[in-house]
Design a protein around this ligand. Structure first.
Ligand code: ATP
Ligand code: MG
Length: 249
């Protein structure tokens, strides 16, 4: 995808540090995301990619550094303010994370019903609209266990879209899926970006997905981003470590 041309920065992570005991995972992470932009995060397994996303969503508290979201200082605002910001950010977990005991419809309703000011009347139409987005209206009354892994990911994405997030964080959206389904999910991510003008941060090992959806790619190494550029730039990087991610034949 081509470059996003605006200076509207909606997420800014700066000098983020996080250790678990003696295990320093993030030493100095800096990251910016503009409105409408899609940034892909690459990195070896266990290097802290999920930890970065969890810090941004407030599931993990970093040791130091700052996270600004929509111009607000996410780490120091009050809990109530944090919750308001959180609603504007969608998170697609590494595992589909659907509620097993709820139907697809109930899974999609759940994030909305939890909001204090939700209107019950709008809900049914909205559930159907979001399922249409991911091409799975027919699954509305099914249980997650009746769906394939790829379908569960698509339902997870539909649920994420229910709150109309302005930023979506995807943690390995295509992992564990066959190449055809992976490709479908990647195109779905691209469609959603175009249709809803969301900004996205995507952690993936799927280079086909990265090539299709990214405006920019960052590479995590030893607790910080060691390289940054477009797919085409990084593919030709002088750094062998960076180039290694692009060799998949
Ligand atoms: N809650 C936690 N408590 C202790 N250690 C943790 C916690 N969460 C993550 N870690 C550690 O942080 C490191 C990075 O984990 P993370 O899940 O972010 O890796 P990752 O880059 O997402 O890997 P993968 O590609 O396999 O998903 C690992 O060493 C992990 O053990
Ligand atoms: Mg991970």
């Amino acid at each position: 995808m081509s470059e996003v041309k605006n200076d509207d920065e909606i997420l800014s992570v700066s000098k983020l540090k996080k250790s678990f005991g003696s295990n320093t995972v993030l030493s100095e992470v800096d990251l910016k995301l503009k409105k409408g932009e899609t940034v892909v995060i690459l990195g070896r397994s266990g290097t802290g990619k999920s930890v970065i996303l969890k810090c941004i969503i407030g599931l993990i508290f970093p040791d130091s550094g700052s996270i600004e979201i929509f111009g607000e200082d996410f780490l120091s605002i009050k809990q109530a303010e944090k919750s308001k910001l959180r609603i504007r950010i969608g998170f697609l977990f590494q595992s589909g994370a659907l509620y097993d005991s709820m139907t697809v419809r109930q899974n999609l309703e759940f994030p909305i019903i939890r909001q204090p000011d939700y209107k019950k009347s709008d809900l049914s139409g909205k559930v159907e609209e979001m399922l249409e987005n991911v091409g799975l209206v027919e699954a509305i009354d099914k249980m997650p266990s009746e769906l394939s892994g790829g379908m569960q990911k698509r339902i997870g994405l539909a649920r994420t879209l229910m709150l109309e997030p302005e930023i979506i964080l995807y943690d390995e959206p295509t992992t564990g899926l066959d190449p055809v389904t992976s490709n479908e999910i990647s195109h779905l991510i691209l469609d959603m970006q175009k249709k809803l003008d969301v900004s996205s941060l995507i952690v993936t090992h799927d280079m086909q997905c990265a090539k299709l959806v990214s405006n920019r790619i960052v590479v995590l190494k030893d607790g910080k981003f060691a390289a940054e550029g477009t797919y085409e730039e990084l593919e030709k990087s002088d750094d062998e470590f960076v180039r290694g991610f692009f060799k998949f034949e």
